[in-house]
Write a protein that binds this ligand. Structure first.
Ligand SMILES: [Zn+2]
Length: 315
């Protein structure tokens, strides 16, 4: 296994704080975790991480968000990248109502002209505050649609991070990524690097079998014996994120993805998770400590990978 060839980027969904279970409102645009975000990211940078801040409109237009941008612009240039993250409900042009329907929370479900106008407004705002036009994109709720890559190309984007392998968000009107594994794909001239997600089990060769081909797990799940086997082998689905996954689980996924030749890993979390009491992952100081420790332990364990931002990771 040639770990020197594998790249890793830390991608932060950098956004406002909102209650993830109570709907999507234009007025939910509060950002109060700027100081905690700077402190935590400074520790990740000290370990050797390169960080991509995928920022949404509410974050970039907030005072705290602008302080975060100023801090990293001033103190780090080579190991930081500012990218775009479109949450349509807090991004102009706004709908008439404060609340939008779940279907419209996925940018890729919007009419093409509205998706483009919103992303264009976000791109301009990011350029205004960072000094350059972002070239990396992450759709809010991973919600890319049939027009998204054409729009990205037209606006000068190069990389999209929205694909979530082996996952179908169709039950909540989101995109279906169940046909994707963690390999990079080009879609309409945009380089798509999946948000690392896959399977772990007690047996490395079986883990690799599941991670290679979409559908392998489903085939086993369709039979009684297959289900028993999955259980006996301790199969579970893991995202490369300290939000709900520990350093050991992330390490096992990483080893498998490296063995099967995945070239670029994405380690991700949401910006407001770094402050206790906001997201479901860190509701108190104890769970915040666990989250931080899993992030530090994992990144320390993968120090030998090539840590990259996306704009610097040309292939
Ligand atoms: Zn988001």
């Amino acid at each position: 296994m040639n770990t020197k060839e594998t790249k890793l980027s830390v991608v932060i969904h950098t956004e406002e704080e909102f209650n993830w279970d109570s709907g999507f409102f234009a007025s939910n645009n509060r950002v109060s975790h700027g100081k905690e975000l700077v402190q935590f990211c400074e520790q990740l940078l000290a370990i050797g991480a390169n960080i991509v801040f995928a920022m949404d409109y509410a974050f970039v237009s907030s005072d705290e968000g602008q302080n975060v941008i100023r801090h990293f612009k001033k103190n780090h240039t080579d190991n930081i990248e500012f990218a775009a993250h479109l949450h349509p409900w807090v991004n102009p042009p706004f709908a008439n109502e404060d609340q939008i329907q779940e279907r419209d929370s996925y940018p890729g479900n919007l009419p093409e002209d509205i998706e483009k106008t919103k992303l264009s407004a976000l791109t301009d705002l990011i350029e205004l505050h960072t000094g350059y036009r972002p070239t990396t994109y992450l759709a809010g709720r991973y919600g890319i649609g049939k027009n998204s890559h054409k729009i990205l190309k037209e606006l000068g984007y190069k990389v999209d991070l929205s694909i979530t392998p082996f996952t179908d968000y169709g039950y909540q009107e989101g995109p279906d990524f169940s046909k994707y594994n963690n390999d990079e794909v080009m879609i309409e001239g945009i380089r798509c690097i999946p948000h690392s997600t896959g399977f772990i089990s007690y047996l490395p060769f079986f883990t690799d079998y599941l991670n290679k081909t979409p559908g392998n797990l489903d085939r086993l799940n369709n039979s009684f014996l297959g289900k028993v086997l999955l259980r006996l082998l301790g199969v579970s689905k893991v995202r490369l994120s300290p939000e709900g996954f520990n350093a050991k689980e992330m390490g096992l996924l990483t080893e498998s993805l490296i063995r099967i030749g995945v070239g670029h890993l994405i380690f991700s979390f949401h910006s407001s998770t770094v402050k206790a009491g906001i997201t479901p992952y860190t509701q108190d100081e104890v769970s915040l400590k666990t989250f931080e420790q899993d992030a530090f332990n994992y990144l320390n364990n993968v120090k030998n990978l090539r840590h990259k931002t996306l704009s610097s990771a040309k292939q």
